[in-house]
Design a protein around this ligand. Structure first.
Ligand code: 6R9
Length: 651
C-alpha cells in the first residue's frame, strides 16, 4: 500500500462528523427508513434469487425468465430463459404511458445550442438509426465502435445498437487513433460511428481524422458513419464513409426491438488494468439494465418530475450507466452537456443548473476541487435552490471537497451520495441511501441491497473493523461483468484468483465500527488521474517503445486537482536527456494513448532502483515523486547511488 494511501487513512480516521438526512427528505424518499434498507439488504443476502426475481419484475420482458441465477462466481448466468431488450426498457415502454411526451434527454452543446428529445422523439430517432445500422450490414451479435462527442446522437447510437442486439464499444473522445485501432481490433468492430469533431473549450476536437488514421490499422471495420457536429473539414471515403444525416433521410421509423436472451452482450467498455493491454469489460443485457435501473432509483431517489444531471462523459462507465441506461430505464429526464465546465467561463455548470432547474447533480471530486480553486463567486452568482441531491464518483472525495460541496453547492440542505463502484461492477455498489444514511465526509458508507462486501487480508482472511485490507465481494450481483472480451482466462485470473471464491475489486478499504466503508485507493498498478483509470504499465510500455528509452517506471503521486498525477522515471539508451526529449516523450505518450495519459513529470535517471530479484522499487519511486523523504527499508537496493541520483533529477 502506498504512503499516500496511508495518509488518506490517517485523515479519514479522524473524520467524525455525521450528516443525517432531513426529515422532509426522508419522508419522500424512495427508501425512507433504516428498517426498509435492512429488510431489502438481508433479503438480497439470504435469498438472492427471490430478491432479484422480484426486482426484475420492474423490467419489461418479452418472455419471463425460468431461473434467476445459475452458477456462482466467476461464471454466473442470470435470468435464463428470459427474452428482453435494453432499448425497449429504456424507450418503448414509456410510450405506453403519459411519459410519451416527457423530456427524455435535455441536451446543451458547448456553444449554447440546445435540443430536447421527448421519449417519442428518442424512439423515432433510435428506430431510424437502428434501420441505418441494418442497412450497413450490422446484425445481432456484431460489434460497433462509437467514438463521438457528447451529443444526442451518441445516446441514439447506443440505444440503436441495443435495439438490434449489436454490442457497442464506446471509446472516450480523448483517446488517440492508436487506442481506437487497438480497441477496434480487439472487438473486431464492423462499423464505427463518429463525428467530424466535438467542441471543447471553444476548440474543435477532431474525431473523424483520428478514425481515418485508426482505420489504417483496423481491417475489420467496413463502414463509418459521421455526424456533422462542428462543420470541420473531413475527408469522406467513397463506399466506406457516410453522413449520419444523409443516411437518416431515407429510412423508416419502424424497427422492432429484437427479443434477446438475458445474457446477450450489451456492450464492451475498455478499461485499464494492471498490465499494459486494456481490458474489454463485457456487460450483458438483463442484469446490467436491472442493476442500473434499481440503483438509479435507490441512490438518486429519482422522481418523475426530477431533472437529473450527471456530468460524466458517456465514454466512461458512469456515463453509460447514469446518463443513459439507468435514468432512461426509469423514464427520467437526463441532462447531457457537451463541453467543458469552464467555457465560456467557470460558472457554466451553475448556469446550466439554474437554467434547467436541475434537481439532482452527480459529478467527480476532481471537478469539485477545480470549482473550489476557481472560487465561490461562480456558484454564488447563480440560483442553485432547485438542487435536492448531490452525488460524487470516480475517486475518494477528501473531506474539504465534501464540505465545500455540502455548503456552497448544497446549501447544507442536500444529501451527498458518495458512490463507490467500477466499470466492472456495472452499477453502484456502495453508497448512502439519501433518505436513510447519515453521511460521513469521505466514506461511501454502506453496501446497497444485493452487495455483500468484505475486507480481507492478502491471505483471504476476514479482517476486523478498522483494519485496512482488500475489498472483495462475496456474492454475485446481476450487473457484474461476465468476461473480458475474448479472454475469459484473463477475466478469471484478474478478478477471481487473488481471493478464493470472491470478486477482488483492486481497491483497498476499511470498515469502521458503524459498518461504514472507507475506500483507500487502488492496491494494484492502476492510478486514478482526474477520476480516469490509467495503467502505469501501459504508460511504461509506451515509453519503452520510444527509440531513445532503455527502461521506464511510472508511478502516481498526489496532485491537488487531479487526485493523482503521472511521474515517469526514464533511463536512456545513451546520453543524459534534454528538455526537448522530455517534451518528445510526453508527446509520444499523448499520441499513443491519448491526452489523459500525458505525463506530468519525466525524470531522467542513470538507473532505476531495483531489488536483488530485479523488481523495480515502486514504493520508493512514489515517495520520491511525491517529494517525500525516503521511508522504510531500502537495504535491498541494488545500488544505493541510484536513489540519490533520482532525487536530484528535477521534473
Ligand atoms: C465508476 C468508476 C473505478 C475505480 C475504483 C476506485 C475508484 C470510484 C469511488 C472510487 C473512492 C468512490 N473509485 N468511485 N474511490 N470512492 N466513490 O469510476 O469506474 O473508471 O472503472 O474506476 O475508481 O479506485 O476501483 P472506473
Amino acid at each position: 500500500m502506498s504512503s499516500e494511501t496511508s495518509e488518506n487513512i490517517e485523515s479519514v480516521l479522524k473524520e467524525t462528523r455525521l450528516f443525517p438526512p432531513s426529515a422532509e427528505f426522508s419522508e419522500l424518499a424512495n427508501i425512507s427508513s433504516e428498517e426498509q434498507y435492512l429488510e431489502l439488504w438481508n433479503k438480497a443476502k439470504d435469498q438472492p434469487a427471490e430478491f432479484w426475481g422480484e426486482m426484475a419484475e420492474n423490467l419489461h420482458w418479452f418472455k419471463k425468465f425460468d431461473t434467476v441465477l445459475e452458477g456462482d462466481m466467476p461464471n454466473t448466468k442470470w435470468f435464463s430463459g428470459g427474452k428482453i431488450n435494453a432499448c425497449y426498457n429504456c424507450v418503448d415502454r414509456h410510450l405506453l404511458t403519459w411519459r410519451k411526451n416527457k423530456a427524455a434527454i435535455i441536451w446543451e452543446g458547448e456553444p449554447g445550442d440546445t435540443r430536447v428529445l421527448t421519449y417519442q422523439d428518442l424512439h423515432r430517432e433510435v428506430c431510424k438509426f437502428a434501420n441505418v445500422l441494418k442497412k450497413l450490414g450490422v446484425t445481432t451479435g456484431d460489434r460497433v465502435t462509437l467514438y463521438m462527442p457528447m451529443i444526442p446522437e451518441l445516446a441514439i447510437a447506443m440505444l440503436a445498437c441495443a435495439r438490434i442486439g449489436a454490442t457497442h464499444s464506446i471509446i472516450f473522445g480523448g483517446f488517440s487513433a492508436d487506442a481506437v485501432a487497438d480497441r477496434n481490433n480487439d472487438a473486431e468492430a464492423k462499423v464505427v460511428i463518429t463525428a467530424d469533431a466535438g467542441w471543447r473549450r471553444g476548440k474543435e476536437v477532431p474525431l473523424k481524422s483520428a478514425v481515418d488514421d485508426s482505420l489504417e490499422k483496423s481491417p475489420t471495420v467496413e463502414k463509418v458513419v459521421v455526424v456533422r457536429r462542428t462543420g470541420a473539414d473531413v475527408t469522406m471515403v467513397d463506399d466506406r464513409d457516410y453522413w449520419w444525416h444523409e443516411l437518416m433521410e431515407d429510412v423508416s421509423a419502424d424497427c422492432e426491438a429484437v427479443e434477446l436472451e438475458s445474457e446477450h452482450p450489451l456492450f464492451i467498455l475498455y478499461t485499464s488494468g494492471s498490465t499494459g493491454k486494456p481490458k474489454g469489460v463485457l456487460h450483458t443485457t438483463a442484469g446490467y439494465i436491472l442493476g442500473t435501473q434499481m440503483t438509479s432509483r435507490w441512490v438518486f431517489d429519482l422522481k418523475e418530475e426530477d431533472t437529473y444531471w450527471c456530468t460524466a462523459d458517456i465514454g466512461w462507465v458512469t456515463g453509460h450507466s447514469y446518463i443513459v441506461y439507468g435514468p432512461l430505464a426509469n423514464g427520467a429526464t437526463t441532462l447531457m452537456y457537451e463541453g467543458a465546465p469552464n467555457w465560456p467561463d467557470e460558472g457554466r455548470f451553475w448556469e446550466i443548473i439554474e437554467k434547467y432547474q436541475v434537481n439532482i447533480f452527480y459529478t467527480a471530486p476532481t471537478a469539485i476541487r477545480a470549482f473550489i480553486k476557481w472560487g465561490d463567486e461562480y456558484p454564488k452568482k447563480h440560483d442553485l435552490s432547485s438542487l435536492r441531491l448531490l452525488g460524487s464518483v470516480g475517486e475518494p472525495i477528501n473531506s474539504d471537497a465534501w464540505m465545500w460541496y455540502h455548503k456552497v453547492i448544497g446549501n447544507e440542505n442536500c444529501p451527498i451520495v458518495d458512490t463507490w463502484w467500477q466499470t466492472e461492477t456495472g452499477s453502484i455498489m456502495m453508497s448512502p441511501l439519501p433518505g436513510v444514511t447519515a453521511t460521513k465526509p469521505g466514506s461511501c458508507t454502506k453496501p446497497l441491497p444485493g452487495v455483500v462486501p468484505d475486507i480481507v487480508s492478502e491471505e483471504g482472511n476476514s479482517l476486523d473493523d478498522n483494519q485496512g485490507g482488500l475489498l472483495v465481494m462475496t456474492q454475485p450481483w446481476p450487473s457484474m461483468l461476465r468476461t473480458l472480451y475474448g479472454d475469459h482466462d484473463r477475466f478469471i485470473e484478474t478478478y477471481f484468483s487473488k481471493i478464493e471464491g470472491c470478486y477482488f475489486a483492486g481497491d483497498g478499504a476499511r470498515r469502521d465500527e458503524d459498518g461504514y466503508y472507507w475506500i483507500m485507493g487502488r492496491v494494484d498498478d492502476v492510478i486514478n488521474v482526474s477520476g480516469h483509470r490509467l495503467s502505469t504499465m501501459e504508460v511504461e510500455s509506451t515509453l519503452a517503445s520510444h527509440e531513445a528509452v532503455a527502461e521506464a517506471a511510472v508511478v502516481g503521486y498526489p496532485h491537488e486537482l487531479k487526485g493523482e498525477a503521472i511521474c515517469c522515471f526514464v533511463t536512456l539508451k545513451k546520453g543524459d536527456g534534454s528538455d526537448e526529449l522530455k517534451q518528445e516523450l510526453k508527446n509520444h505518450v499523448r499520441h499513443q494513448i491519448g491526452a489523459i495519459a500525458s505525463p506530468d513529470q519525466i525524470r531522467f535517471a542513470a538507473a532505476l532502483p531495483k531489488t536483488r530479484s530485479g523488481k523495480i522499487m515502486r514504493r520508493l519511486l512514489r515517495d520520491i515523486a511525491a517529494g517525500k523523504e525516503q521511508v522504510g527499508d531500502t537495504t535491498t537496493l541494488e545500488d544505493y547511488t541510484v536513489v540519490a541520483n533520482l532525487k536530484d533529477s528535477e521534473g
